[in-house]
Design a protein around this ligand. Structure first.
Ligand code: C2E
Ligand code: MG
Ligand code: MG
Length: 834
């Protein structure tokens, strides 16, 4: 068989002869599959062109040759098995296997083997159709690998069409974006894009469409739920079979973590280079490995001068090595240390720094790093000192201020107690300083203060303290003042200095000073009290005429304090209605008639009982309270009088009027207004008891008051007559209705001839001036009888009645009226009256 003649194939014998003749050889010739036949021994009997194409051997090379040259060594047994099966007439299914190309390259083939029979139908060989499936197999293999790659990829891999609709979605997509493939495939990719980045997506699609290559980009995307993630995206176009772009595939990597740490790093980096604190990083042996810009700015060094050096380079030498040793040991113990140290700049200048050193683990896991932070606190220190100065000194005069003064004073007191010295505290206020300020302006005023401060300062010893307390006020502590004389000399010098003219703006201006002084421990107060006392004394010096000094007197101060306390207490008593009026009857000793009652004030003190007026009236004598008390007395007496009048008890009422009250501007007006409130009271029932001293300062005024009151029917009595001037001029001027002989004369008139003479004189005077006369303090019948004999019929006194509470008065009057008159009883001299 030298021809690849299909007619020679035994199989053709089964086909209709026309087919076998014309069609089969053509099919075999043009087939893409290798078609060959072989004997049962494996010798090739036909070989078509496709077999040549697939296996590389020509028909000449293969016809009559063993088929085994096509078999890879490990598959040689396959041929024997197949041929045995064929020989036995068994069916052989198509199978895929590997054969060798002439070049030795393996070829994947799909093989179909069928028996070849001779005309007698006996199997004489086999035909074989082999299809080259190498490319196909490779494709499949690649596809498989690709699929598993996509499935197991850590990155999200997805495809989308040109409308942005998602077409595929791998498991990593689900992990990164949170959506399942079912949720996303067929949905627009926009879901994943933050609104402000939608333009980005459109631009990219346009560029892909235009065939541009897109560089990987980093951007933000949205996870399901809205959380933002950072991603890097690599895009490639997707083509269809004809090479048209139909979409894009995307590989998306979640770089959120990396992004975050990058941000952090960037921040750290910027902190490192922008902070105003110097930062030095050393390795574990202390060699400098990194520094920041602030470090260079503060120290003045260049970077290359410091890297690789030891920090001891910066020591100023101002502090001993023990300071650094202590810090180092804390650092080693606790991993941290802090302190103020003096460092040195490149110029050699020393400066103060606040230094903090921390040991930090190396992020790479290696040895420790030390990070030192420091800032230049030199200006802070200076600022602090300035502030301290400001807090203790007056900026204008540069003298200590009040704060430092108090401090020095306290120290001086402690010292004085220990050393048994005397300390003088002086308070000085300039006289006429305000006028200088007003006339020459504040600058001139300031200049004056500065000049005087300097002059005064020159007089004191260093141990003394002159301070400016404020405005034009100064204070001085003089320690160990020695004798009072020495102190006086010094103070006089100060007065002299202050009074010396000061040249201001071309003219001379002079002021003076008023000084108050107190001496410790004679004045045994604390620092604050001493200053207050000196201030009080200064005030007195001003009142006494200025340009002088005044010594504080602890005793008078104590009295003033007691007075102040008592005044407060008395005001409270008035408010709490502790004042009461008692009434002392005034009778006609001859007729027995009760001619009137004198209202006498008492203080029903909650603890001390009923207090007589001598206990509290002197306290308020020169105080506004005296008028308030007077008004209360008038109102209370009128109320009482109205009540008694209404009860049919008609008596006259004597009311004592204090001089100050009598002379008060609205006295008459207020009194008349009060009378108007009590219509049942007849003004003639009232007798105002005044004392001579009322009229001394302004007789005209008092005369006018009396006259105006008398015009309204009011009566006047001159009380305590004989104790004051008993001036005849006054007696003439003051048109009072009666005189009251003071009890001090009446009491002893029987034993004291002079008192008797006075009593007689007053009675005569009263008669001569046409006034009635009343004896006060009649304590016995004898005195009463003697007065009657002298022509004085009216009397008051314990011998008749003590002052009585209002509710006892009507009863007393009733009992008294039932008595016989004094005249009838006068025979029994010596017996008590009541
Ligand atoms: P005065 O106006 O001369 O009143 C008479 C004082 O002599 C009263 O003292 C009275 O209790 C006291 N007295 C009366 N009879 C006797 C007696 O036989 N023996 C003794 N030893 N004393 C007698 P009192 O109440 O202590 O008042 C003293 C002074 O206080 C009064 O002297 C008067 O000047 C003043 N006073 C009393 N009440 C008021 C008042 O309401 N206003 C004002 N401004 N002064 C008053
Ligand atoms: Mg009186
Ligand atoms: Mg009197």
């Amino acid at each position: 068989m030298t021809q690849p003649d299909v007619a020679s194939l035994p199989a053709a014998a089964d086909l209709p002869s026309v087919m076998a003749e014309s069609l089969f050889p053509a099919i075999i010739e043009s087939s893409n599959d290798a078609i060959l036949s072989k004997t049962l021994d494996g010798v090739i009997t036909s070989w078509n062109p496709a077999a040549t194409r697939i296996f590389g051997y020509s028909a000449e090379e293969m016809l009559g040759q063993s088929v085994l040259c096509l078999f890879p060594a490990e598959r040689l047994g396959e041929e024997t098995l197949i041929l045995q099966k064929i020989a036995r007439g068994e069916r052989v299914d198509s199978f895929e296997t590997v054969r060798l190309h002439k070049s030795g390259r393996p070829i994947s083939v799909s093989v179909t083997v069928s028996p070849v029979r001779n005309a007698a139908g006996r199997i004489v060989g086999a035909s074989k159709i082999a299809r080259d499936i190498t490319a196909e197999i490779d494709n499949y293999r690649q596809l498989d690998q690709f699929r598993s790659l996509v499935t197991s990829s850590f990155d999200a891999i997805l495809t989308k069409d040109m409308k942005g609709i998602v077409r595929s979605w791998n498991p990593a997509c689900e992990r990164i974006f949170g959506y399942t493939a079912a949720e996303m495939v067929g949905q627009p990719i926009q879901t994943l894009i933050p609104p402000e980045r939608l333009y980005e997506e459109q631009a990219i699609l346009a560029r892909i469409q235009a065939g541009e290559r897109i560089k990987p980009l980093e951007t933000e995307r949205l996870r399901k739920g809205g959380e933002r993630i950072h991603v890097s995206i690599t895009l490639s176009p997707l083509h269809d079979a004809k090479g048209r772009i139909i979409g894009a595939s995307k590989i998306v990597r979640d770089i959120t973590e990396r992004h975050r740490s990058e941000q952090r790093m960037r921040l750290m980096d910027s902190v490192f280079s922008h902070t105003t604190e110097a930062i030095v990083v050393t390795d574990e042996r202390g060699t400098i490995i990194e520094i920041n810009d602030a470090f260079l700015a503060i120290t003045g060094y260049e970077r290359h001068e410091v890297i690789g050096r030891d920090p001891s380079l910066f020591r100023s030498g101002r502090q001993g090595p023990e300071v650094y040793r202590a810090m180092l040991s804390t650092l080693l113990d606790t991993g941290h240390c802090q302190g103020e140290v003096w460092s040195r700049k490149k110029t050699g200048e020393a400066y103060a720094v606040m230094l903090t050193v921390s040991a930090v683990p190396n992020p790479g896991g290696g040895a420790l790093r030390y990070v030192a932070l420091f800032s230049d606190i030199t200006s802070l220190r200076e600022q602090q000192e300035k502030l301290e100065r400001l807090a203790s000194y007056d900026t204008l005069t540069e003298l200590p201020n009040r704060l430092l003064f108090s401090d020095r004073l306290r120290q001086a007191l402690v010292h004085a107690l220990r050393q048994k010295h005397t300390v003088a505290v002086a308070y000085l206020d300039l006289d006429g300083f305000k006028a200088v300020n007003d006339r020459w302006g504040h600058d001139a005023g300031d200049e004056l203060l500065v000049t005087l401060a300097r002059r005064m300062q020159s007089v004191f010893r260093v141990s003394d303290t002159l301070a400016r307390i404020g405005g034009d006020e100064f204070a001085v502590v003089l320690v160990d003042v020695g004798t009072a004389g020495q102190c006086e000399t010094l103070l006089n010098r100060i007065l002299g200095i202050c009074a010396e003219p000061v040249s201001l703006q071309g003219t001379y201006v002079s002021v003076s000073a008023s000084i108050g002084v107190t001496l410790f421990p004679q004045d045994n107060g604390d620092a604050d009290q001493l200053v207050r006392h000196a201030d009080q004394a200064m005030y007195q010096a001003k009142q006494l005429g200025k340009n002088r000094f005044q010594l504080f007197d602890p005793a008078s101060d104590a009295a003033a304090r007691v007075r102040a306390r008592r005044l407060t207490e008395f005001s409270r008593a008035m408010r709490d209605q502790e004042l009461v009026l008692h009434y002392q009857p005034k009778v006609n000793m001859r007729t027995g008639e009760v001619v009137g009652l004198e209202a006498l004030i008492r203080w029903a003190h909650p603890e001390r009982g009923l207090l007589p007026p001598a206990e509290f009236l002197p306290l308020i004598e020169n105080h506004a309270l005296i008028e308030a008390v007077g008004e209360w007395v008038i109102e209370t007496a009128l109320t009482q009088l109205q009540t008694w009048n209404a009860q049919g008890l008609r008596v006259n009422m004597g009311i004592n009027i204090a001089p100050q009250h009598l002379k008060a501007e609205n006295f008459v007006h207020d009194l008349l207004a009060q009378l108007a409130v009590f219509p049942l009271v007849d003004p003639e029932q009232l007798e105002l008891e005044i004392v001579e001293s009322s009229s001394i300062e302004d007789p005209e005024l008092v005369m006018d008051v009396i006259a105006r009151c008398q015009r309204h029917g009011l009566q006047f009595a001159l009380d305590d007559f004989g104790t004051g001037y008993s001036s005849l001029t006054y007696l003439k001027q003051l048109k009072v209705n009666s005189l009251k002989i003071d009890q001090s004369f009446v009491r002893d008139m029987l034993v004291d001839a002079e008192d008797m003479a006075i009593v007689q004189g007053v009675i005569s005077l009263a008669n001569a001036f046409g006034k009635s006369v009343v004896a006060e303090g009649v304590e016995s019948r004898d005195v009463g009888c003697r007065l009657l004999a002298l022509g004085c019929e009216l009397a008051q006194g314990f011998g008749i009645s003590k002052p009585l509470p209002a509710d006892e008065v009507p009863g007393w009057i009733e009992r008294w009226s039932m008595r016989d008159s004094w005249a009838l009883l006068s025979a029994q001299e010596g017996a008590p009256l009541a």
